[in-house]
Design a protein around this ligand. Sequence first.
Ligand code: GRF
Length: 246
Amino acid sequence: MMAGRGEAPGTGSAPGEGDPGPARRLAVLISGRGSNLKALIDACAEGRVNGRIVLVISNRPLAAGLDFARDAGIPHAVIDHRQYADREAFDRELGDRLADHQPDLIVLAGFMRVLTPAFVARFANHMVNIHPSLLPQFRGLDTHARALAAGVEHHGASVHFVTAELDGGPVIMQARVPVCPGDSPERLAARVQAAEHRLYPAAVGLICSGRIHAEGDRLWCDEKPLQRPLLLDPAPEMTEPCAGTT
Ligand code: GRF
């Protein structure tokens, strides 16, 4: 059975739930550093995710993350948004290239483009994103600085299915980190990103083992409605997370 909030769900199939089926075909979209892509490459290689990354696309030619795809021998491409007349034309090309590779799931990993409603509809229920906040808090940009300005005690990251509403689709799983005394946006970002690298493979793993799926604004987990996001277990190193931070 799927763990509830506060418990740590495994990323494979649950005991007694049978074969998770063939490895799911994943396409990953990036714009920059690609550390979440790297976490997913490692998780697939180590069998923690029942998936195979069949394509990586960057909209920026110099995205450092392309090196991770190259080093892992994963097909990769640049589709430079500046070469297209408008957002619709770019999204059409992006969608056609993705469709050529028949992905089961499109994984946005630091992909810094707002997608058109037509693109989102084309891949509805088959596209996820990771956002650096505990949604619905702090949608949009500069989440770490905004979290510090708001004085919250906890911050984190969320993995959600993508809908037409920006950062507004149903949330699958979240990772919480503490805000520590003396945090800068950079220091808080580093803590969140370390959590993201466990969170994204865990959430994608649940989808790839067939345990979570989306139907519009609703999520299903082990064939039951998922009422609230799952929560990733804190990492052992987070037991005393603020030690030595002042
Ligand atoms: C992550 O912090 C993610 O939450 C946000 O963009 C960042 C991407 O980082 N959507 P990276 O390129 O995966 O290192």
